[in-house]
Ligand binder design. Structure first.
Ligand code: ZN
Length: 235
């Protein structure tokens, strides 16, 4: 398969300029963290993400938590092994955290919040860490939401697990970060995206993000804006 290039922005040492690190995704190393997923499936997952979510990085996580560099807290990426994107330190497999799992991390495409006055006001007052509030001609006011999409050890028998970061639940109007049927949440920021028996093993992470997770975020923003039936089925 073609090589997949990943990028990560960081501040240049001597200035405030942003420079982009880039590396070729080390799929051989990633496969060692992929549980039961086979090489062909991992290649397909990575190729689709590179095409549709090119800024997302493949990293290592535990649930919603991403494992960080022990020296500088930078993100771990698959770059000639598993190492810190900022300082290059190798991930120490002997560390006490146990074996992390493969996870994608990145921002969803812009969600227009022009019609969500309460959310817009809450975000202007305080935008959670790693979330982005902006405005652009043509789109108007928009919000970028970071998510962690983690592969369970028995993927693809079980679905990709998509998590909000903790800060999302601190937006005014959001429900608590706990299990809820009303808002389709499992707790720990995990979205409930599939009814029992609905998951199809051939569904990719890219498809879950585009077809389910994006809609979940839109509904939860509407819910927090006051639309209590945001998650009601339209039929
Ligand atoms: Zn580091």
């Amino acid at each position: 398969m073609n090589e997949i290039t990943q990028r990560f922005p960081r501040k240049a040492r001597a200035s405030d300029r942003i420079e982009h690190l880039s590396w070729t995704l080390d799929l051989d190393c990633a496969l060692g963290f992929a549980g039961r997923m086979d090489r062909a499936r991992l290649e397909r997952e990575a190729a689709e993400m590179a095409e549709h979510f090119p800024r997302w990085i493949l990293t290592a996580g535990k649930g919603r938590e991403r494992v960080r560099c022990r020296r500088c807290a930078g993100p771990l990426v698959f770059w000639r092994g598993l190492r810190c994107a900022l300082c290059g330190r190798d991930f120490d497999r002997g560390s006490k955290i146990g074996r992390p799992r493969l996870a994608w991390f990145g921002l969803l495409p812009p969600i227009g919040i022009g019609g969500l006055a309460r959310i817009d006001e809450a975000l202007r007052a305080s935008t959670p860490e790693q979330h982005v509030l902006g405005e652009r001609p043509g789109i108007g006011r928009y919000f970028l939401v970071p998510l962690v999409a983690a592969y369970p050890s028995d993927f693809p028998r079980s679905a990709v697990r998509v998590h909000y970061l903790p800060g999302f639940f601190r937006i005014r109007g959001m429900p608590p970060d706990s299990p809820s049927h009303a808002t389709h949440l499992y707790g720990q920021g995990q979205m409930c995206l599939f009814a029992g028996g609905e998951w199809q093993p051939e569904t990719t992470c890219r498809q879950v993000l585009q077809q389910r997770a994006y809609a979940h975020v839109v509904k939860l923003l509407n819910y927090a804006n006051g639309k209590r039936r945001a998650f009601a089925k339209v039929s």
